[in-house]
Design a protein around this ligand. Structure first.
Ligand code: NAD
Ligand code: MG
Length: 416
């Protein structure tokens, strides 16, 4: 029997997850066809990808980049049509010829198209964790009501998904562990964390780390924002919130454990004493291939794990004093309402300011905590408009906080 070709839209195609997805697809062109590719403003990157993949559509964030890309593709006689902005993203997500959407835009910018993919009942490969952190219940309800097939790409959530019993994962748009805990015997899930590049740093050293050090992750090769999030442990906190919504868990049943080798990608503990885990080399092509082909399996290009080379697996408790972002995530999810939206927005603004050299590394957590204290936390976050409003307010408060911190550059110049 011949396999039907799956038409794929990749949101954030020029990024780390986008490129890893294209690498997996390149090994299976008999199964997958690229329908649309999107990028923010990097015309060169999307031009190259259009040459390689010849998609029906390409989408840039702004009109000027779209006009530029369109002219370049026309010169080369490529038929790809170029669109721009949210309306362009919605078109390539919702089109009825699209079967699968890879949601790999970084940050809040990915919320609208990721949610639209769920609303259109697509197979959604979710990497854009910030979308779920912002819209949790709305996103899960939308996926359920529209029969979307929601598959986690984040390696920890993909590992948990792989370690759950089939009776739960066959309802892939609503893996409700809480309701079915008695029958399945699930006691807790463990999110593993590498600990990032500063795992062993004391508070004084953390104070002085640079953006260059922060984006240099020991195990994973990722975009800049998630690399900084890994260094502050905010990434693990966002993943805690992601797991809470994705698997409908009580927060008390999710543990974070530092595992510096990044070989165990997460675990599930059962009431008979079993602990099921998914292991592998730290390479995002594994969870991407799993989510692309589920419930089948396809080759991903990832080297097989050599357990003799790994030899040793270490586990440590996270230190929430040196890494307060993780504590702030626990607090925000317990607070509920718009607290996780505010936390996510404050983090995005603070991380961008850190990468620009405006603030120091430890200012990131300080600014998030300050914003959470100053923002109005509203209880009703059931509409997209309400979510975007809470996000916008939190960004204003965080920018105000940044303006009150003496600039890093000024501090540096003062000290030298
Ligand atoms: P990246 O920075 O490498 O790529 C981000 C992509 O989003 C790029 O294509 C960029 O053009 C696009 N983009 C950025 N801002 C945009 C905007 N305003 N509008 C439209 N497009 C925009 O990031 P990444 O590392 O690939 O991460 C993407 C998402 O996947 C993030 O949410 C991240 O948390 C998640 N994730 C990444 C990894 C990883 O290993 N890289 C692992 C797990 C989860
Ligand atoms: Mg992860």
């Amino acid at each position: 029997m011949t396999q039907a070709i799956t038409q794929i839209t990749i949101l954030g195609a020029s990024g780390s997850i986008g490129r890893s997805t294209l690498d997996v697809i390149s090994r299976h062109t008999d199964r997958y066809k690229v329908y649309a590719l999107t990028a923010n403003t990097n015309v060169d990157a999307l031009e190259q990808l259009c040459h390689r993949w010849n998609p029906c559509f390409a989408v840039m964030s702004d009109d000027a980049s779209a006009v530029e890309l369109s002219a370049r593709l026309r010169d080369k006689n490529l038929a790809t049509r170029v669109l721009s902005g949210d309306s362009g993203l919605l078109q390539v997500v919702e089109d009825e010829s699209v079967d699968c959407v890879v949601a790999a835009i970084v940050g809040a910018a990915g919320l609208i198209p990721s949610l639209a993919a769920a609303a259109a009942g697509k197979r959604v490969l979710l990497a854009n964790k910030e979308a779920l952190v912002m819209s949790g219940k709305l996103f899960m309800d939308t996926a359920r009501e529209n029969d979307a097939v929601l598959l986690p790409v984040d390696s920890e959530h993909n590992a948990i998904f792989q370690s759950l019993p089939d009776c739960l994962t066959k309802h892939h748009s609503s893996v409700k562990i809480t309701n079915r805990q008695a029958k399945t015997g699930i006691e807790r899930v463990w999110l593993t964390a590498s600990g990032g590049p500063f795992r062993t740093f004391d508070a004084a050293r953390l104070h002085d780390v640079t953006p260059e050090q922060a984006v240099n992750h020991p195990n994973w090769d990722m975009g800049k924002k998630i690399s900084v999030d890994s260094a502050t442990l905010m990434n693990k906190g966002l993943e805690l919130i992601e797991a809470y919504w994705l698997f409908d868990l009580d927060i008390e049943n999710i543990d974070v454990v530092i595992h510096p080798q990044s070989v165990i990608h997460s675990m599930v503990t059962y009431n008979d004493g079993s602990v099921l885990a998914q292991l592998g080399n730290p390479d995002m092509r594994t969870p991407i291939a799993h989510a692309l082909a589920w419930p089948e399996r396809i080759e991903s290009g990832v080297e097989p794990l050599n357990i003799y080379e790994v030899a040793k697996l270490d586990f440590e408790q996270p230190d929430m004093e040196r890494f307060p972002c993780l504590r702030l995530c626990y607090e925000a999810i317990k607070r509920g309402g718009s607290a996780t939206i505010v936390l996510n927005a404050a983090n995005e603004v603070a991380v961008a300011a850190f990468l620009d050299g405006e603030i120091g590394f430890t200012d990131i957590a300080y600014l998030i905590e300050r914003t959470l204290k100053q923002a109005d936390i509203v209880e009703d976050v059931s509409s997209l408009e309400g979510i975007l409003e809470a996000d916008a307010m939190a960004r204003i408060i965080t920018r105000d906080g940044i303006s009150k911190i003496p600039s890093q550059r000024a501090r540096h110049e003062h000290n030298t």
